[in-house]
Design a binder for this molecule. Structure first.
Ligand code: MTE
Ligand code: HPA
Ligand code: MOS
Length: 754
């Protein structure tokens, strides 16, 4: 099961974009970013910068040979500022020099004069000024006002969740190398090679077939390189195109942190209505998404927020409205969960508020309303094969949760009964169910291709559209191919992801890398096998369906034929049988009609439940996540070790988002936390002290390759549970739902009641 990539990572032998040998006669690009968040450019002076020794040239907007436009979904984003700046960190000029030091020096000599305007940083303020990225969208189910009217309890509140820095270990970057006839080869750190190809073609004014994008692997992407790798690809390409020599554009950490987009902060208003027994009757919500200065993927992210408005629960009457609000911070972008964590946080906050008002315990409300097979989501799709209750109940049984929670409840009760003195340390718990829809919500993206070569020695090369970013997609596909061809995984090599081998690739995102590309690879294997078997059927005078491949040998009706894989391949080659195949997979049965906001956007849902225990020091506001126990539905896992890594890693990343990771901006809109020294990432000591993950058994999934389920994003949302465990442990009656609950914020919240 071990992913061989990890050996190379640990030995430091893995090579990323910036580890490639770069020629001395190559250019280094460093970008001059806007120091201010908003204003008109009065003057840009690059004359002194141009004279810095080692500088080759400096590009500004007017020097772009193609279009100065990099918008993906909406055409509203310039590569280089023209007459105004709309966020601090916006690229204004690109300096190309023979050393990175020279380029960086030169950037220091660029002078810009901006007529500063007051930036809009808050999404509600942007909404009130009608600064919207796109028209507001609403999903509805039933009649929400009627639901509210018939309720016993109606609770209202606000929830806020913050930005999150991706903090991939490898910064964004591309090395562009020109070849003859003005073609460009790009080694890029992107989740979406085709997007880089298309964007570079547009900016350089070249057809796509002249741009080759190659991706070996990423040192993490987490959504941050789904579209935002385009920008840096363009700068590298422009330098190579103009100079005719290789050009390197790799962001150092501090530039990456201030110039690239984050997870979208959200500000939301909710109303949840319940009957006397705690059944949810209606949910009304409005989300104000802080999109930043350009659309990027915001509308798509916002759509997924709407899809996950009711989280893991069934609510018969729903009205969810979402507004993507244009502000003056970096354009925010995809980040693991893609808008769903923001929605789930709001719903879990609403449940806490409902519990506070009704006195019905949180877990009762959660369990009673979990989505069941046949229950309809607001977007018109009914849950199929729902496993929310199974995961929840399994978590109770497997981890003995009743007993654990009772111990904490008893301690809290005792504390309340005693002299009124609050003890310094308090403990709390929270359960966090997750239900996450799998498929790109942009339906046409649910396609993939795989190209497989069987070489004459029996070794196999596989190209797909999937990008390896640490999530193990390459190894999973290797195992799928090896299993299908009945050979050892060591015989299968995953090639780089290259737009000349596999074209028109979808980003590796939406957790569907293996679902899509693994399925295509399996189809290509089946095609090759069919050819081999038909060839053997002629020899043996039998039907080709009688054959199978296992343990490196050919079997006929379960009996070994005496022919090994290598001999079979060689004989087939000798008889001129085609030993390569290309297959195309597109997820079946997906449709969505935006005119009514109904359809079947997902192939299936992934389910799970996490239980958290936290201890809070009520004097200092500090806390420890003591336990995180998970039951997760993986389907039939292709590689349980990789999937375990995804569940644990995703969950810790989610904990970071709701606890310690805080992006701050000054009133002028300058990022204040754009360095590793000021932005606190969860590290090993902030991970739960005791973390256990149990995979649901007998969980075959008919709707993905080999009965598996996508794993990349869903576990992220378990992390939300940590927030509520901390809130309970703090024991303050403060009903603010504002994430991240940093120790500073908790300290203040605990003081407020005093
Ligand atoms: N795991 C690692 N180690 N590094 C990453 O960058 N990205 C996450 C997730 N797990 C990521 C990761 C995100 S945002 C997604 S969408 C999926 O992996 C993408 O890969 P998959 O579709 O192959 O699961
Ligand atoms: N997830 C990630 N990326 C996407 C999606 C999605 O659902 N839709 C379009 N791009
Ligand atoms: Mo993941 S946010 O879909 O790259």
């Amino acid at each position: 099961m071990i992913n061989p990539d990890t050996t190379y990572h640990v030995m430091g032998l893995t090579r990323y974009v910036d580890d490639r040998d770069f020629p001395a006669r190559g250019l280094h690009c460093v970008v001059f970013f806007s120091p201010l968040a908003r204003g008109k450019i009065r003057n840009l002076d690059i004359s002194a910068a141009r004279k810095v020794p080692g500088v080759a040239f400096i590009l500004t907007a007017k020097d772009i040979p193609g279009e100065n436009q990099i918008g993906g979904i909406i055409q509203d984003e310039l590569l280089l500022a023209e007459d105004e700046v709309t966020f601090a960190g916006m690229p204004v000029a690109a300096v190309y020099a023979w050393t990175e030091e020279a380029a960086r020096d030169a950037v220091g000599f660029i002078k810009i004069d901006i007529a500063e305007e007051t930036p809009v940083l808050n999404p509600r303020e942007a909404y009130n000024r009608n600064q919207l990225i796109a028209p507001v969208r609403s999903f509805t189910l039933g009649d929400v006002e009627e639901g509210i009217a018939s309720a016993v309890y109606v609770v209202k509140g606000e929830a806020e969740s913050g930005a999150q820095e991706h903090f991939y270990l490898e910064g964004q970057g591309t090395v562009a190398t020109p070849s003859e006839e003005g073609n460009l080869h790009l080694a890029s750190s992107t989740q979406a090679p085709t997007m880089v190809q298309r964007c570079v073609a547009r900016v350089c004014g070249l057809p796509m077939n002249r741009i080759e994008v190659d991706v070996r692997r990423l040192g993490g992407g987490f959504g941050g390189k789904e579209i935002q790798a385009n920008t840096w690809g363009c700068f590298a390409a422009l330098g190579a195109q103009k100079s005719g020599v290789p050009c390197r554009m790799v962001l150092r950490r501090s530039d990456d942190m201030r110039a690239t987009g984050k997870r979208h902060p959200y500000s939301s208003d909710f109303t949840l209505a319940l009957d006397g027994a705690g059944k949810f009757l209606a949910f009304k919500v409005i989300y104000y998404q802080n999109a930043g200065a350009a659309a990027d993927l915001s509308t798509s992210v916002l759509e997924r927020t709407l899809f996950h408005a009711t989280a893991s629960y069934y609510v018969p009457n729903v009205h969810a409205t979402a507004a993507s609000c244009r502000t003056n911070i970096t354009p925010n972008t995809a980040f693991r969960g893609f808008g769903a964590p923001q929605a789930m946080f709001v719903f879990e906050a609403a449940i806490r508020e409902a519990s506070r008002i009704s006195g019905i315990c949180v877990e009762t409300l959660q369990r009673k309303n979990l989505i069941k097979t046949g229950d309809c989501f607001a977007y018109g799709m009914a849950a199929e094969n729902a496993r929310a209750e199974r995961c929840w109940d399994k978590a109770y049984a497997h981890y003995d949760l009743e007993k654990r929670m009772r111990v904490i409840d008893d301690a809290r009760r005792k504390e309340k009964n005693s002299s009124g003195q609050v003890s310094r340390y308090g403990r709390g718990y929270a359960l966090m169910p997750v239900c996450f829809g799998i498929s790109f919500t942009t339906i046409f993206l649910n396609q993939a291709r795989a190209h497989i070569h069987v070489y004459t020695d029996g070794s196999v090369g596989v190209s797909t559209g999937a990008v390896e970013m640490g999530q193990g997609v390459n190894h999973k596909i290797r195992e799928i191919v090896a299993d299908s061809l009945g050979i050892a995984p060591e015989r299968v090599k995953l090639e780089s992801t290259n737009t000349t081998r596999v074209s028109n690739t979808s980003p590796t995102a939406a957790s569907s890398g293996t679902d899509l590309n693994g399925a295509a690879a399996l189809m290509a294997c089946e095609m090759i096998k069919e050819r081999l078997f038909k060839f053997m059927a002629d020899e043996y005078q039998c039907v080709w369906e009688d054959f199978s491949l296992r343990d490196g040998r050919l079997y006929r009706e379960e009996k070994v034929c005496g022919l090994g894989w290598e001999d079979l391949v060689m004989q087939a080659y000798g008889s001129r049988v085609q030993l390569s195949a290309e297959a195309h997979y597109s997820t079946p049965d997906l449709h969505f009609d935006t005119s009514v906001e109904k359809g079947r956007p997902f192939a299936y849902h992934t389910y799970g439940t996490a239980y958290f225990e936290a201890e809070v020091d009520r004097l200092l506001g500090t806390y420890t996540i003591e336990k995180a126990y998970v039951v997760h539905d993986l389907g039939r896992s292709i590689n349980p070790l990789i999937d375990l890594g995804q569940v644990e890693g995703g969950m810790v990343q989610g904990i970071g988002w709701v606890t310690m990771e805080e992006m701050r901006y000054s009133e002028a809109g300058r990022p204040l936390t754009a360095t590793a020294g000021t932005y606190k990432m969860p590290d090993i000591s902030s991970a739960p002290l005791d973390m256990k993950v149990k995979f649901l058994e007998d969980a075959h999934n008919d709707r993905a390759v080999k009965g598996s389920k996508a794993v990349g994003e869903p576990p992220f949302m378990y992390g939300i549970g940590a927030f509520f465990a901390i809130k309970m442990a703090a024991g303050s009656e403060n009903a603010s739902y504002c994430a991240p609950i940093t120790p500073e914020r908790l300290f203040m919240e605990l003081r407020e009641g005093v």
